[in-house]
Design a protein around this ligand. Structure first.
Ligand SMILES: [Mg+2]
Length: 340
């Protein structure tokens, strides 16, 4: 693939990134402390390190105009981008917004979308520092948001994805699969009861474990860290690949969403499936050397912190079932290009 003269027709996200970085100067070094391959870039400047990331939020890809409230679109677009700052243990400071809008979306929709974004920016302590606007052409034009977020890196450096070592324990924050269950409820047009509304909130208004990320960064605890944006199975594989290690996780330790009994009993809605492969929970996935695991709390505020397995030698990522059976954990989360 790397030597292919033209971009391959069937591409996967990780392969596309590899293909691009071969063609544009992108090597780490000097002020670029960490570059492509982590959740955000780490750039040294003066006495301070900055963490920088950008993220797209596109109508028809990341949100659906007829299903997602406009304020959720603005809120979630900023959550998504800021999650990569949290993944570095960094403190969000400023963001830039590039906005492409069809003419019909300039009124009430825009106002509501910006209200959602303003709410997220207040929660995360972010200030808008600039951006760009363009009109999306034609009557069928779609809205597109592109957000760049800058944050202050912790003084003792950021973990990045590449530092996991065999023997380290693997942790996740929060309950996994909640956002995916909310999305399934919407896509399947499922009926739900009032008390199941919180599952929709997990999809519309995810909460970032920002303070816990800061605590981890400040105390220099993880050997590697990233956010879970595309699903545990996919993101754990990425962390392992970046670190040159394998992993073994235990099915009965994965903190999976509770699926209401009134919901259809299908494979796609099984708690473990949702927890392993569902995206957009925006929790943290991190590894901790044995000598530091006593410092990990069971909860941080209201957020549960759960050990789900350990880092192993080699490159295999496997899952141990309740009955002790070991099988390989195939990435089944979100890959923009695999599913297109
Ligand atoms: Mg990420």
């Amino acid at each position: 693939l790397i030597h292919a003269p033209n971009p391959p027709l069937r591409i996967f996200e990780d392969d596309l990134i590899k293909w691009i970085r071969r063609r544009i100067p992108s090597s780490e070094g000097g002020a670029l402390r960490l570059g492509i391959g982590h959740d955000a870039a780490l750039i040294h400047s003066g006495t301070r390190d900055w963490v920088v990331t950008c993220d797209q939020f596109l109508e028809g890809v990341h949100f659906l105009l007829d299903k997602d409230p406009a304020d959720s679109v603005g809120y979630k677009a900023l959550v998504r981008a800021t999650s990569d700052i949290a993944a570095m243990g960094a403190r969000p400071r400023f963001f830039l917004l590039s906005l492409s809008l069809p003419s019909g979306r300039a009124g009430a929709w825009l106002k509501e979308m910006l209200a959602g974004m303003a709410r997220a920016s207040r929660i995360f302590g972010l200030r808008l520092a600039g951006g760009d606007t363009a009109r999306s052409p034609g009557a069928t034009g779609r809205a597109a948001l592109n957000l760049m977020v800058l944050g202050h890196a912790p003084e003792r450096g950021v973990p990045g994805r590449a530092g996991a070592k065999p023997g380290d324990r693997i942790y996740v924050t929060g309950i996994l699969g909640r956002a995916q269950l909310g999305l399934e409820m919407l896509l399947r047009g499922m009926a739900w009861r009032r008390k199941d509304r919180r599952l929709l909130a997990a999809h519309y208004y995810p909460v970032l474990p920002l303070n816990f990320g800061l605590w981890l960064g400040r105390n220099h605890i993880p050997s590697a860290m990233m956010d879970i944006s595309d699903g545990l199975s996919t993101d754990l594989a990425r962390l392992c690949k970046a670190s040159g290690v394998g992993a073994r996780i235990y099915a009965d330790q994965v903190p999976a969403v509770k699926v209401p009994r009134s919901f259809p009993q299908t494979a796609a809605l099984a708690p473990l499936t949702l927890a392993l492969h569902g995206g957009e929970d925006y929790g943290l996935l991190f590894t901790v050397p044995k000598r530091r695991i006593s410092r990990i709390p069971r909860h941080f505020g209201l957020t549960p912190i759960t050990s789900i397995g350990e880092v192993v030698r080699g490159s295999a990522v496997s899952i141990v079932a309740k009955d002790g059976r070991v099988s390989s954990l195939t990435p089944g989360g979100w890959d923009h290009f695999a599913k297109s």
